[in-house]
Every structure is written in structure tokens, then in C-alpha cells.
Ligand binder design. Structure first.
Ligand SMILES: Cc1cc2nc3c(=O)[nH]c(=O)nc-3n(C[C@H](O)[C@H](O)[C@H](O)COP(=O)(O)O)c2cc1C
Ligand code: SF4
Length: 450
């Protein structure tokens, strides 16, 4: 069942999304009436550096995919030098199967805006750009209205944060994307905000030092920023009591996480769960079980680029250890897509390969050419026109792309690598059943020509 006291979505019906008629956008007045902007009030009584320390102590890990510790990222910023400093909020949410940030924007935009205001004050960032994917037309309208409400009520604007409570002003703008997955990659996002093609940048320099318009910039996911307000309101210690420790001696997975479940379940939706919940529990208790009572066959771990959990990994704990424990890249967005026993995994692989082929920005040869090649090979296998050698080649390609440091600029190539490699390794029998043995295929060709 959902947490009795959900942290992030306390105002969002989470099981499942509920009757659309019952869903309600929280306006500024409603938000304030239910305790909203009190965390900002509290934050503005603190020294900005203490806010960063509190977020560090909470060990809040980024909710956009990489799980990087938020407070640590904030502390990479240089000292203010009087010039502009930016916050870029990543609401691109183009990872297939991921639809969690949309819920926050749809129903509780001021929760996100409060996190933005606190982050800007903590890091002394004077300008916030909310980058929202092009397809989120409705959400963009909702968020634009919420920004206007925040301005009208003195949260942002030249008078200083929270109606001039502090002498530090923040301007907040929304920037709509044009619908490319690569603009979710943090430096592709910066390029897009600058009005250019969303081509990822080579790092270093890192954005904290040289980001938007060449100035210090922090890039955070929507959900990460939404978590900042409750941490400041209730304290890092409280946050550390939710979630779980690492079972393999790694960093902990504290707090709750929005988990959007799609695929072959009875009640798909977005749920707020404590990190560490087993996938099987998420499916059975929150999503009313597998659709039609069918057997679990596998799941996209948390966005397609994380790879696939196999048939024997239904009980995988949804926390930041998942990558090391279950041979996937990581927790990613924690939005799994569930497959039942009838799923054709070769077709799933072809669909994933098509996505990466279409979304590669084309700057790096291994990613641009490799993605095309992988797609062609899987298509050949699916149609029964491939040999066992093609399968070996597919695995070789899948294993090498993005793996060699310095050959690709961003993580899209690794995503393609993990997705293809894990699906072929974990369902190899299905791929093998579709290919002809190499020697037979060669003999048949020789026979035909000779
Ligand atoms: C190809 C690609 C696409 C990405 N798409 C998103 C996205 O849609 N939303 C997001 O928050 N992060 C996305 N990321 C991760 C961002 O680069 C970045 O790590 C994240 O926004 C940082 O925020 P966080 O630390 O709060 O998680 C993507 C990364 C890659 C490589
Ligand atoms: S790895 Fe792929 S998506 Fe990323 S910059 Fe290179 S070509 Fe573009």
C-alpha cells in the first residue's frame, strides 16, 4: 500500500492515478493553505551554506537517473563572483516508460517551485530555467500559470525571495523543448536552453563551473528538487529514517521515490514508495498484480537505458544497489515497464534498438553507426534471416558501445549498450531460436550458388 504519510505526493492520489475527475491541480492559495512555502520561509532563516550541508546530510540522491548526491553536486559550485549563476531544472522526461515528473507538474507545481526557490537560495543562483519536454503541452501551460502565481505572490521577482524576506532575487523562466530525448542529457539540455541544437558537450568543464552561457550552473531533476522542501522542513535525520541502507556496503538509498509502473499489470500508475521496495511488491500491492494473472517474464529496470531485469529478478529491491546486484546499469528513473510470459523479447529488443537509433544525436561514430547496426541486426534476427554469427556480432556491439572511455560524449551510448546486452544475455534462448547455425547458412549459400 502507499505510504500512510507520503512525502512528495502528499496531495496526489497515487493508487492508481484515480478517477481523472477527482484529480485536482493545487493552486498557490491551496498550497499555502496546506502549509506550502513554509520550508522556504525556514530556509531563508538559514545560512545558504547550512542548507547545502543539510541536503548533503540527507544524502539525497538525484532522481533523474544517475543517482548522484544532490548536496555534493551543489558544493561543486565556485564562490559567487557577482556574475550570473543558473539553475536548470530537467523536466525532459523522455526516457521510455518514465512519467513521474509529469505528475508533480500536473498536480503540485508549487511543490516543485518551492524546491527551486530553496535550491537557488542555497546555491546563490539568481536565474532558474525550467526545461520541459515539447510534448508536455498541457503541463507547460500548468507550470507557466504556477510560475505566474509565484511571481504575483512575491516568491520570485526583483524584490527578493518570498516578498523580499531576503535580499536575494531569483527570476524563474520556463523553456519548452522541441521533442528530442538527447535534450534530457544535462549538457544537451544546456545547449537547448541556449537556443541551439541539443548536442551534448564534452566534459570537463563541468556545468557547475562552466554551464549555461558559460556561467556556473546546477542541473537537477524535477523530483530531486521537490524532495528538497520536505528535507528542509523536517530535517535530514527524518529523511534518513525513510528508505534503506545499502546491503552491499555502498551509499544508502534514503527517502521515498516516485515509481511509475507501466506494461502488463492490472493498474499501472505512479506510486510513491520507500526506496528498497521489491519490484514484486510494487506490482502486486500497488498495481493489483500481473494483468490476467499471467507470469512475470521481465521488466525494464527504470527507463530503457538501465537494461532489463530477467525472469528470476522479480524480487529485485528498487534501490540504488540494483545495478550491482542484478546486472543492470542502475535504478535510473525507477519507472519499470513490466512484461508478462507472452512477451516476445526479440520484438522488445527491436523496439528499444529503434528508439536509440532514432535518438542518437550523431556526434560520436560508435553511437551513431553502432545504433544503426544494432537495429539492423535485431531486425534480421526477428525475421529469421540471421545466423549465429550475427548474434555474436550483436553482443559484441552491445558490449563495446559506450564502454570504451573517451569514444562517446554522453551516456546515451551506454544506455543502448546496457539495454541490448542485458536483453540478449537474459533471453538468449529466444534469440538463438530465431537464428540459423552459421555453418548451415554458409552451406546453403554455397549450395545455392554452386
Ligand atoms: C541520454 C540521456 C537522457 C537523459 N534524460 C533525462 C531526463 O529526461 N530527465 C532527467 O532528469 N535526467 C535525464 N538524464 C540525466 C541528466 O543528464 C542529469 O544527470 C540529471 O538531470 C541530473 O539531475 P539529478 O542529479 O537531480 O538526478 C539523461 C541522461 C542521458 C545520458
Ligand atoms: S553518445 Fe550518442 S547521443 Fe551522446 S553525444 Fe555521442 S552520438 Fe550523441
Amino acid at each position: 500500500m502507499p505510504l500512510t504519510d507520503p512525502v512528495l505526493c502528499k496531495r496526489i492520489p497515487t493508487k492508481p492515478w484515480g478517477d481523472p475527475k477527482d484529480r485536482k491541480l493545487i493552486t498557490y492559495d491551496e498550497y499555502v493553505r496546506t502549509g506550502g512555502y513554509q520550508a522556504l520561509e525556514r530556509a531563508l532563516d538559514m545560512d545558504p551554506k547550512d542548507i547545502v550541508e543539510e541536503v548533503k546530510a540527507a544524502q539525497l540522491r538525484g532522481r533523474g537517473g544517475a543517482g548522484f548526491p544532490c548536496g555534493v553536486k551543489w558544493s561543486f559550485l565556485p564562490e559567487p563572483d557577482g556574475g550570473r549563476r543558473y539553475l536548470a531544472i530537467n523536466c525532459d522526461e523522455a526516457e521510455p516508460g518514465t512519467f513521474k515528473d509529469r505528475l508533480l507538474v500536473d498536480f503540485d507545481p508549487h511543490y516543485v517551485l518551492e524546491g527551486i526557490a530553496i535550491a537557488c537560495y542555497a546555491c546563490q543562483l539568481d536565474t532558474a530555467y525550467f526545461f520541459i519536454r515539447g510534448e508536455y503541452r498541457h503541463q507547460a501551460k500548468t507550470f507557466e500559470r504556477a510560475i505566474k502565481e509565484a511571481y504575483d505572490n512575491g516568491i520570485f521577482g526583483p524584490q527578493g525571495l518570498l516578498r523580499g524576506k531576503v535580499d536575494f532575487a531569483v527570476e524563474c523562466y520556463q523553456h519548452r523543448g522541441a521533442g528530442a530525448y538527447i535534450c534530457g542529457e544535462e549538457t544537451g539540455l544546456l545547449e537547448a536552453i541556449e537556443g541551439k541544437r541539443g548536442w551534448p558537450r564534452i566534459k570537463p568543464p563541468f556545468p557547475a563551473v562552466k554551464g549555461l552561457f558559460g556561467r556556473p550552473t546546477i542541473i537537477n531533476n524535477v523530483e530531486t528538487l521537490a524532495a528538497v522542501a520536505p528535507i528542509i522542513e523536517k530535517g535530514a535525520k527524518w529523511w534518513n529514517e525513510i528508505g534503506c541502507e545499502s546491503s552491499i556496503g555502498g551509499p544508502p538509498s534514503y527517502g521515498t521515490k516516485l515509481m511509475g509502473v507501466s506494461g502488463h499489470v492490472n493498474s499501472p500508475g505512479v506510486f510513491e514508495c520507500e526506496l528498497g521496495i521489491p519490484l514484486s511488491k510494487l506490482v502486486n500491492d500497488y498495481c493489483d498484480g500481473m494483468r490476467g494473472g499471467k507470469k512475470f517474464k521481465g521488466a525494464i529496470a527504470g527507463g530503457v537505458s538501465m537494461g532489463i531485469l530477467g525472469p528470476d529478478q522479480f524480487d529485485a529491491e528498487m534501490d540504488f544497489d540494483i545495478g550491482k546486484k542484478y546486472d543492470v546499469m542502475g535504478l535510473g528513473t525507477a519507472c519499470p515497464t513490466i512484461f508478462d510470459e507472452d512477451t516476445d523479447m526479440v520484438a522488445v529488443a527491436r523496439n528499444i534498438a529503434r528508439f536509440f537509433k532514432n535518438e542518437s544525436c550523431g556526434q560520436c561514430t560508435p553511437c551513431r553507426e553502432g545504433a544503426q547496426w544494432i537495429y539492423k541486426l535485431i531486425g534480421r534476427i526477428e525475421q529469421g534471416n540471421a545466423t549465429s554469427k550475427d548474434l555474436d556480432l550483436l553482443l559484441e556491439l552491445g558490449q563495446s558501445m559506450g564502454a570504451m572511455p573517451g569514444t562517446t560524449i554522453c551516456g546515451l551510448a551506454d544506455g543502448n549498450n546496457w539495454a541490448i546486452r542485458t536483453i540478449v544475455n537474459k533471453y538468449r534462448d529466444e534469440f538463438e531460436a530465431r537464428v540459423k547455425p552459421y555453418s548451415v547458412a554458409v552451406n546453403a549459400t554455397v549450395g545455392a550458388t554452386g
